[in-house]
Design a protein. Structure first.
Length: 324
């Protein structure tokens, strides 16, 4: 037990350090290719920080633990919106782009609705159980292809902002690619070890698998997003901080769940309905906040505090309804 606590701290510190490296090299790629940091955040960084969810879910699918895979994705997405994005805003207010408000965030909402309609067969078709079949999972892949085509398109039309930030150095393309690709493998490995330690601690307190998936594993696999967004916010790179979170949510649903569903059919527990609805409302609340509250497209520290409070209320709700 003591070893699990020690390892938990070690894995977390390693993820924080690697996040700093990931942001620096991702920014370097953006500058060298002449594309915006937002595109890099939505693609390379988002995929990198979603790697733990991908590895954990594929492993869960191979072991037949598909419910745990779903708990992980939904819990991670809720943490991304209510916790991670707003912790980054607490560090430094984030200025979002118009395209983020009108396109990227709404697309993450569409992805969540797609999952909602595919998952709850008992609600929409009167089936005896909720199931995401292998065939249905390819619908998610189709949405992902559309999203990837969109980001490829904006990479050709958007230009990086001029900046005098001397902290971001332009590295060689070969080294940037090597570091990013190697980082994906390294990130997944360390996050998997972190999740293993966290799960051992949680299960020692006799909590259910759903609680472990929605809290410990979801938070553990979201640590790369947390670390990356905080580091990006400290470096005043709002595009990577926001793009990382929004892109990661899209990757989690459309790519990670497709990968899980391609391995085996995913059984969807009825209990998950509430959590998916909470995820949908979290994204809608984010859009409303960006449109009508505070400065134009700015995530302020006050708003960050409010959303952080909502996340703690959500965690309290989970433990009250599923543990106590």
């Amino acid at each position: 037990m003591v070893l699990d606590y020690v390892l938990l701290v070690v894995w977390f510190l390693v993820l924080i350090k690697w996040a700093d490296i990931m942001v620096s090299w991702a920014s370097s790629i953006a500058k060298r290719l002449g594309i915006s940091s937002l595109v890099i955040g939505l693609t390379i960084v988002a995929f990198g920080t979603s790697a733990p969810e991908l590895f954990v879910n594929i492993l869960s699918g191979l072991r037949g633990q598909t419910e745990l895979a779903l708990w992980n994705v939904i819990g991670s997405n809720i943490a991304n919106v209510l916790l991670i994005l707003w912790v980054a805003a607490l560090v430094y207010p984030l200025q979002a782009k118009d395209s983020t408000i009108y396109k990227e965030i709404p697309f993450s909402l569409v992805a969540s609705f797609a999952l909602f309609f595919l998952a709850f067969d008992t609600l929409f078709s009167g089936a005896s159980e909720n199931l995401i079949t292998r065939g249905e999972s390819f619908v998610l892949l189709l949405f992902f292809v559309i999203f990837f085509a969109y980001t490829f398109g904006i990479s050709k039309t958007t230009k990086p902002e001029s900046t005098d930030d001397s902290n971001t150095k332009i590295q060689s393309m070969n080294m940037s690619v090597i570091y990013i690709v190697g980082g994906l493998v390294w990130l997944g490995l360390w996050a998997h070890l972190l999740v293993g330690s966290a799960k051992s601690i949680a299960l020692s307190f006799w909590v259910s698998e759903s609680v472990v998936g929605l809290t410990i594993i979801a938070f553990g696999t979201s640590l790369p997003e947390l670390a990356t967004s905080i580091i990006a916010s400290l470096k005043r790179d709002a595009d990577i901080a926001i793009g990382n979170v929004v892109g990661s949510n899209i990757f989690n649903i459309l790519l990670v769940l497709w990968a899980t569903g391609s391995v085996t059919n995913i059984v969807v527990p009825q209990l998950l309905l509430t959590d998916i609805l909470i995820e949908l409302w979290a994204i809608i609340l984010l859009i409303i906040t960006m449109f009508f509250i505070g400065g134009k497209w700015v995530l302020t520290r006050f708003e960050g505090g409010v959303f952080l409070l909502l996340y703690f209320i959500y965690i309290g709700y989970i433990f009250q309804t599923q543990v106590l």
